[in-house]
Design a protein. Structure first.
Length: 71
């Protein structure tokens, strides 16, 4: 009985492992995208701070396209 269930159990474990691997890859990709956007936003804040500190007038530095709303 146990030896008959072994292939079924291994198939289930393999399917769960593959699903978890895909979830981990998806999360890694999302984290990389968020990290990139966070880095860009910090750079933009620094640019605005420098612009203000230097007493410049006129338009603020342009917002990077990656930080714009996708609406």
């Amino acid at each position: 009985m146990i030896t008959a269930l072994t292939p079924v159990l291994l198939a289930i474990i393999g399917a769960v492992t593959a699903w978890q691997g895909k979830q981990i890859r998806d999360l890694r990709d999302k984290f990389a995208d968020l990290s990139s956007k966070f880095r860009l936003s910090i750079w933009y804040i620094r640019d605005v701070h420098r612009w203000d500190r230097d007493g410049r007038s006129g338009a603020l530095p342009a917002i990077p396209d990656d930080l714009r709303d996708e609406v």
